[in-house]
Ligand binder design. Structure first.
Ligand SMILES: C[S@@+](CC[C@H](N)C(=O)[O-])C[C@H]1O[C@@H](n2cnc3c(N)ncnc32)[C@H](O)[C@@H]1O
Length: 267
C-alpha cells in the first residue's frame, strides 16, 4: 500500500502521463519545425517523468545526447525507470534548478522546457539561464499554458473557479508572457534575426477521456492547494471536486483546454 508521500508522487506521475497524452501532438509539431543539426546536445529543463525528454530524443535528427533536468528527485527516478536502455542516444537525468542550471555557458545546441515557467516565481531568471547554456546559433524553445480558454459548455463551476483562482499557485497567463521573456533575454528569431517565433493552439474536445481525467485531477490538485491556503472553504472545495467529476462523466459537455503557446528562437 502507498504511504501518503508515495501516493503524492504516484499522483504527480499519473498527472504528467495524462498531460503528455493530452499535449504530445503540439510538442511533436513544434519539434518537427525546429532547425537542429545532427549530433546535437539537448537539454530538457523541468523534464519531470521524462516524456518530453523522449520526444526530444525521437523527434530531433539523431541527437548525440539528451539531458533531462528536474528539481524533483522522485520524478527523476520515475524518468529513469521509463528509459529505454537500448537507444543509441545517450539519455541522462540530472537533479537541478532551472534558475541556476548546473552547466557551463554555451553547452547545448537545444534548450527546451514544457509547462515549467508557469510554476516559477522568477521565470525570467530561468529564461536567462536557457540562453546562457545555449551555444551561439543554438535553439531555445518553450511551451507554456494560458488559462483564458479553459472552460466547458454548458459551463462548469469547477472549471470557471479554477480558471479564476489558479493564479494563487501558478501563473495562468504564462503562455502569452513567454514571447516577451524570450525577447528580454536576447533570444532572436529562428534564423538568427527578428523576433522569436510564436504559435498558440487550443485543444477542444467532446469525449476525450484522457483530457477529462487530466482536468479532474487538475481541479482536485488546484482546489486542494487553495483549500490549504485558505482561499477556499471545505464545502466549496468538495463542491468543485464533485462538479469536475460530473463533467468527466457528461457526454453532452464540450471542454476547451488551456491554450498552449509554443515560443522558439535562436541565441
Ligand atoms: C507540469 S510539470 C512538466 C513536466 C514535463 N516538462 C512535461 O511537460 O511533461 C513541471 C515540472 O517542473 C519541475 N520544476 C518545478 N520547478 C522547478 C525548478 N525550479 N527547477 C527545475 N524543475 C522544476 C517539476 O518538478 C515538474 O516536474
Amino acid at each position: 500500500m502507498s504511504t501518503p508521500e508515495t501516493y503524492a508522487a504516484d499522483e504527480s506521475i499519473r498527472r504528467q502521463e495524462l498531460l503528455d497524452d493530452a499535449f504530445a501532438s503540439s510538442t511533436r509539431t513544434l519539434l518537427n519545425d525546429l532547425s537542429v543539426p545532427d549530433g546535437a546536445e539537448v537539454l530538457d529543463v523541468g523534464c519531470g517523468i521524462g516524456r518530453t525528454t523522449r520526444h526530444l530524443r525521437e523527434r530531433l535528427p539523431e541527437p548525440a545526447r539528451v539531458i533531462g533536468l528536474d528539481a524533483d528527485s522522485d520524478l527523476l527516478a520515475a524518468a529513469q525507470d521509463r528509459s529505454d536502455p537500448d537507444s543509441s542516444v545517450d539519455l541522462e537525468y540530472q537533479e537541478g534548478a532551472a534558475e541556476d542550471l548546473p552547466f557551463e555557458d554555451d553547452r547545448f545546441d537545444v534548450v527546451y522546457a514544457r509547462f515549467l515557467l508557469t510554476h516559477l516565481p522568477e521565470p525570467d531568471d530561468a529564461v536567462e539561464e536557457f540562453r546562457r547554456v545555449c551555444r551561439p546559433g543554438g535553439v531555445v524553445a518553450a511551451q507554456e499554458p494560458d488559462f483564458a480558454s479553459l472552460g466547458t459548455w454548458p459551463p462548469s463551476r469547477a472549471y470557471e473557479t479554477i480558471r479564476e483562482l489558479a493564479g494563487a499557485i501558478l501563473d495562468p497567463q504564462m503562455g502569452r508572457k513567454t514571447w516577451g521573456l524570450f525577447r528580454a533575454a536576447g533570444i532572436e528569431g529562428p534564423e538568427g534575426t527578428g523576433e522569436p517565433a510564436v504559435q498558440a493552439v487550443v485543444p477542444v474536445e467532446t469525449d476525450d477521456t484522457v483530457v477529462r481525467e487530466l482536468y479532474t485531477m487538475s481541479v482536485e490538485v488546484t482546489a486542494g492547494a487553495l483549500l490549504e491556503k485558505g482561499e477556499l472553504g471545505p464545502e466549496e472545495h468538495e463542491a468543485l471536486v464533485a462538479d469536475a467529476r460530473q463533467v468527466e462523466e457528461d457526454p453532452d459537455r464540450l471542454t476547451a483546454a488551456y491554450t498552449v503557446y509554443s515560443v522558439w528562437g535562436q541565441v
